[in-house]
Design a protein around this ligand. Sequence first.
Ligand code: KIV
Length: 282
Amino acid sequence: MKRFSVLDALEKKGRGEKLTMLTAYDHPTASMLDEAGVDIILVGDSLGMTVLGYENTLAVTMTDMIHHGRAVARGVRRALVVVDMPFMSYHGGCDRAVRNAGRLIQCTGAQAVKVEGGETVTGTVRAICDAGIPVMGHLGLTPQSVNALGGLRVQGRDRESAARLLRDAVRLEQAGIFALVLECVPHQLALLVSSRVHVPTIGIGAGAGCDGQVLVTPDLLGLFRAFKPKFAKVYAQLYDEAKTAVETYLNEVRQGAFPGPEHSFGLPDHVWAELKGELTCE
Ligand code: KIV
């Protein structure tokens, strides 16, 4: 099966076809998304909240991303796998950033990395791209800057910050990104950015004018309950469904209804007859 590539992503934008991206953090979810036909699977550092139980993404480490990235990449045959570079892994010099990007690719089997930020990371983005590693950008609400932004809020709402975001998008494109996530950005601004850059934009809380869309899979499936962002559409209630299944199991065990004969193993009749005989003789 042919792997979806960064060129395929660019070509989809050229043809006006929407790109699809979802997050995964484990092997079974990654296989399911891949079988469903998603274009790009992001091993997002949203891992911190959705799987590891942290309040935000700041505590997620390179070790975490490698551990989960590996599990995801092993489950994917067609989709392009992108791994988030975690907080502080692409700061402290381009050499360090390139080394960490290289580790993520080598140790996980993913095809690309994602970094958050605008003008301040363009040198780093260029260095990683020069090492032959495709980079996805991320502008707007950049959760790794939650403390600097003063919370998780919509970005680019005034003239100055909107102009900065547009400028950042162009600079990131010049630095070599192959796609750009726009998170929590007014839909008019996201549409403008999408028309100004040649690389595909992938929106989350950025309206329908982006070249593609991404959701955090546990939000889509109704598995994440700590909070529900306005932009997240919930397509299933798997937490409730799973909880009902577990409660049914607990009741069946307590009542002796599980396991049934179909879940048990028996001895061959002659072995059982001999064994029973021996046991009765003692
Ligand atoms: O970490 C993540 O899941 C992300 C998406 C929200 C784009 O960065």
